[in-house]
Design a protein around this ligand. Structure first.
Ligand code: FES
Ligand code: FES
Length: 183
């Protein structure tokens, strides 16, 4: 199978029952995607496949064959760090951070489809993502701020969006065979 991750086409051999979560974490070393409950209850494993947020623990790797997969690592891609990352940090949307990759991917998919979400829409979007630390309020604040920054209606603070960044280490694909950039 092959999939595109952060603009890189990655090919790998997987057994039929390998989940997308296992392929990302254990075949491609993309450990930003978290393995929480491993049964569809917590949302920590959320990634985006062809524009839709999915639970990678309930998705077979083969279901992503030929598709574009976005993991939390892709949010740090050049030329800009996604505002969501800095907003979660600056607003206090994460504490232990375990839920954060899933929250980031769920809300990335939301903001891609709805650039101007209401607080209720943000709450509904993250209703499948469990957080044991923050109480959710700061997470919703962070998503609201990121949405405003993306729309050009707010500026980030120190170290916030628009900062140039280095290309991320994506993906290492140590067991697969990399086919090169672009598609
Ligand atoms: S690890 Fe997939 S929903 Fe919990
Ligand atoms: S920040 Fe710890 S689980 Fe959400």
């Amino acid at each position: 199978m092959s999939m595109s991750i952060g603009g890189s086409r990655v090919a790998l051999a997987v057994p039929p029952r390998r989940t997308l979560l296992e392929a990302l974490r254990y075949d491609l070393d993309l450990v930003g995607t978290k393995q929480g409950c491993d049964k569809g209850d917590c949302g920590a494993c959320t990634v985006i496949v062809d524009g839709t947020a999915v639970l990678s623990c309930l998705t077979l790797a083969l279901e992503a064959d030929g598709k574009e997969v976005r993991t939390v690592e892709t949010l740090a891609g050049a030329p800009h760090i996604d505002p969501l990352l800095d907003c979660f940090d600056s607003v206090g949307g994460g504490q232990c951070g375990f839920c954060t990759p899933g929250m980031l991917m769920t809300t990335t998919a939301l903001l891609d489809k709805r650039p101007c979400p209401t607080r209720d829409e943000i709450k509904l979007a993250i209703s499948g993502n469990l957080c044991r630390c923050t109480g959710y309020g700061r997470i919703v604040d962070a998503v609201e701020l990121a949405a405003k920054i993306k729309r050009g209606e707010a500026k980030g603070g120190e170290g916030l969006p628009g900062m140039e960044c280095s290309p991320p280490p994506l993906p290492s694909n140590t067991k697969g065979a990399r086919e090169g950039k672009g598609g």
